[in-house]
Design a protein around this ligand. Structure first.
Ligand SMILES: [Zn+2]
Length: 258
């Protein structure tokens, strides 16, 4: 099982080596901005690397929303990130499940997701597999609670769509971790990547604050059990840079392979 971390995009391979990571994830543009991704200076090195690469799409992307001025640019940005992610050899482009606004019907959000894949298919499809990630907060989210996730998959499951399970988001989003892998797989049929994070907040709090694996509100052994059951590559998105993430990677590697 390959284990790694979300790192700064400047020199991902050096960041991976410093953490003894076998997987890296990074942003190709400001996660809070709408700028198109630029060519990564080490694209050739990343593509050829032994380290497995994932790219996280900006947080501003919300393809589900009923707001045209967010949805249309979100689609375009997701497509351009998928193209840029392919140039660094990424195995997946992770994007949050998104949400509709207060008072909107979430069914429209699921259909907007379907239209996103239909739109991409018209231009030859996404250049990198899209992995939709479960989210922690909001009442109108497409991928917070698994009843919504099931409806999302009803809408898009006929396209080639992957899933990224975030343990902090599941816990804070109100989905128990005990049998989470089985419950996700019953819906999506797959887990392509695990974001292994502890949570600073309580079960079902709706808050999205990651913590190091040995800290926070989730029993660390439960995180180990989820990672083991998922059998997918793992990325920690935890604080503390080389030191904090290096320890989290070592923690998982020791226990998951034990
Ligand atoms: Zn995550």
């Amino acid at each position: 099982m390959r284990i790694g971390a979300h790192v700064d995009a400047g020199d991902p391979l050096a960041e991976a080596a410093a953490r003894k990571a076998e997987v890296v994830q990074f942003f190709l543009a400001d996660p809070k901005g709408w700028k198109a991704p630029e060519e990564h200076p080490d694209a050739d090195g990343l593509r050829a690397a032994e380290v497995e690469v994932y790219v996280h799409a900006p947080y501003v992307i919300n393809v589900a929303t009923t707001n045209n001025r967010i949805r249309i640019p979100s689609r375009k940005l997701l497509l351009s990130h998928a193209t840029a992610a392919a140039r660094v050899g990424a195995k997946g482009l992770i994007v949050h499940g998104g949400h509709v606004g207060k008072g909107d019907d979430v069914a429209v959000g699921f259909d907007n997701w379907r239209k996103t894949f239909a739109f991409a298919a018209e231009s030859g499809g996404f250049a990198t597999p899209i992995l939709i990630e479960n989210t922690a907060g909001g009442d109108n989210a497409c991928a917070r609670r698994f009843d919504a996730l099931a409806r999302l998959w009803d809408a898009i499951g006929s396209y080639e769509v992957g899933f990224c399970l975030d343990t902090c988001h599941a816990h804070a989003g109100g989905e128990a971790l005990l049998d989470v892998v089985d419950r996700v797989k019953a819906i999506t049929g797959r887990i392509d990547l695990v974001h292994a994070n502890n949570s600073r907040d309580a079960f079902d709090s709706g808050a999205d604050r990651h913590d190091n694996l040995g800290q926070g509100m989730i029993d660390p052994e439960l995180l180990v059990a989820v990672v083991r059951a998922a059998g997918a590559p793992v990325v920690v998105e935890t604080p503390g840079g080389v030191d904090g993430q290096g320890k989290d990677i070592a923690f998982l590697r020791d226990r998951v392979t034990a």
